[in-house]
Design a protein around this ligand. Structure first.
Ligand SMILES: Nc1ncnc2c1ncn2[C@@H]1O[C@H](COP(=O)(O)OP(=O)(O)O)[C@@H](O)[C@H]1O
Ligand SMILES: [Mg+2]
Length: 259
């Protein structure tokens, strides 16, 4: 699997009179964990929506390994190896953890409705392969023991990791995570962080990790970009960003804690 390099170049979008993102450029190195942080309304989710093709930018361009993504519909961008999770959990709560991952896999592997209705040999082969893959993905995110538990009965931290497993089903090279640690207890956030590190090590993924609290991303990110009111306020290593006077000033007004 090739490591993916994401280049976000002068990306901007306007919603009516509001400039939600203003000429933001970010280089995400292959096989790195790059965090984007900033207070609510800073433009973080908008950035993810632009990269994944949900929104069309007013200015700028996004490339993955030099190939332009901007202008492609979301499913084409997904085919290039880009997957995401959403800020709000979107699991099927009545289905088991395993079935939630299988749904992601079925969308990816694909077999015709006719083949599945008639239960043709191809259906059984694909089905066996999908089950095996689902088990692998669940164990990659530390949920092998929860395979048959309903998603709705999992703890929040486990649900977030299940969403990760489902996003991985499409075999991405670049994964964008929109506030995966929001609302998690400290221990759950730590579990999540070790899974993210494992994804990078074992799958060679490039990760763009959105959060609004720097504390969560300090331990896992090589680089952090700070957004504020749609603009890039600072960028650097976690230490550089934490010491940046502009970041400190922006966050002193009761924003997310920087420590
Ligand atoms: N589809 C949209 N239509 C209008 N305004 C939007 C839309 N999406 C986001 N915004 C606005 O853009 C700004 C940035 O939002 P968002 O990217 O969700 O921030 P964050 O994820 O950093 O909290 C906010 O002011 C938000 O209200
Ligand atoms: Mg958001």
């Amino acid at each position: 699997m090739n490591a993916a390099a994401l280049k976000i170049d002068s990306l901007g979008i306007r919603f009516g009179g509001l400039v939600a993102l203003d000429a933001v450029s970010i280089d995400v190195a292959p096989r790195s964990i790059h965090a984007v942080i900033g207070p609510n309304g800073a433009g973080k989710s908008t950035l993810v929506n632009l990269v994944t093709g949900l929104y069309a930018p007013t200015t700028g361009c996004v490339t993955l390994d030099g190939q332009v993504l901007t202008g492609l519909p979301p499913h084409r961008i997904a085919e290039r190896g880009v997957a995401r999770t959403f800020q709000n959990t979107e699991l099927f709560t009545d289905l088991s953890a395993r079935d939630n991952v299988l749904i992601g896999l079925h969308r990816h592997l694909g077999y015709g409705l006719l083949a599945s209705t008639l239960r043709l040999p191809r259906f059984h082969r694909v089905e066996r392969e999908a089950s095996r893959r689902a088990e692998e993905l669940l164990s990659l995110v530390g949920l092998e023991a929860q395979a048959t538990t309903s998603a709705g009965d999992l703890a929040l931290g486990q649900q977030r990791r299940l969403e990760l497993a489902r996003a991985l089903a499409v075999g991405p090279r670049l994964l964008l995570l929109d506030e995966p640690a929001a609302g998690l207890r400290a221990a759950e956030a730590e579990d999540l962080c070790s899974v993210l590190l494992r994804l990078r090590e074992e799958l060679g993924l490039t990760l763009l990790l959105i959060d609004h609290v720097m504390r969560v991303v300090m331990g896992v990110s090589e680089r952090i970009t700070v957004l504020n009111y749609g603009r890039k306020l600072a960028e650097g290593t976690p230490d550089e960003v934490r010491r940046n006077p502009e970041v400190i000033a922006a966050y002193l007004g009761g924003g997310p804690d920087v420590a």
